[in-house]
Design a protein around this ligand. Structure first.
Ligand code: APR
Length: 201
């Protein structure tokens, strides 16, 4: 984590830094939750999460971007180590191959089916699994995309609330990783997360 990033970790503050990118940060104990707009494949945090599917063989959206940037070694590792994929609401870890991060945590979020099919618990489970894996691996910084909020169609406001509540609860209990950054692909998604961060108790 560069020094300029540490400087923006001011509770509740929204600041403009580097090339006009917007960022919001909030402290929970000694840990920080940060929101930025950007491309997660470029993040040099210890671990990045991927919004994968149960097959774990790549796809579109952020999954496609991560596979393209990580190179073919990623698919080979997934095939070899996870021949049966992973169930919805869980995550698995691989190396980061050609990405600047050290690990990729492949989280399987739920497909939105109206909200009464256990989607909320599955979405929380996907985030929680990544947080636990990050702690097990010793990752001090972890970046998340907006899991299930693209192709899987989860409505933005509840999805952002669940994401932040799950991270907040984990950080209050465990105190690590020290930085959890949401790397959001559009201003609109960023705004939904900023609203939900403001509501976080
Ligand atoms: N960096 C950060 N966020 C990104 C990037 C990127 N490079 N590319 C896309 N996104 C954003 C999308 O705009 C969306 O807000 O990630 C969020 C998640 O969207 P999806 O990638 O569509 O993921 P999801 O809704 O969880 O659907 C998963 O999509 O491609 C498949 O294999 C994947 O089947 C799985 C499904």
């Amino acid at each position: 984590m560069g020094r300029w990033r540490a400087r923006i970790a001011v509770e509740g503050a929204t600041l403009r830094y580097r090339r006009g990118v917007t960022s919001t940060a909030r402290s929970i104990g000694n840990a920080t939750i940060e929101l930025v707009i950007g491309d997660i494949t470029r993040e040099s945090v210890d671990a990045i999460a991927n919004a994968a599917n149960e097959a774990l063989r790549g796809g579109g959206g952020v999954d496609g971007a991560i596979h393209r940037a990580a190179g073919p070694g990623l698919l080979a590792e997934l095939r070899e180590r996870f021949p049966d994929g992973a169930p919805t609401g869980t995550a698995v870890a691989t190396g980061a191959h050609d990405l600047p991060a050290r690990w990729i945590l492949h989280a399987v979020g739920p497909i939105w089916r109206g909200g009464d099919q256990g989607e909320a618990e599955q979405l929380a489970g996907a985030y929680r699994s990544c947080l636990r894996l990050a702690v097990e691996l010793g990752a001090r910084s972890l970046a998340f995309p907006a899991i299930s909020m693209g192709i899987y169609g989860y409505p933005p406001h509840p999805a952002a609330r669940i994401a932040l509540a799950t991270v907040g609860e984990h950080l209050r209990e465990v105190g690590a990783p020290e930085l959890v950054r949401f790397v959001l692909f559009s201003e609109e998604t960023y705004e939904r997360f900023a609203d939900a961060l403001g509501e976080l108790t």
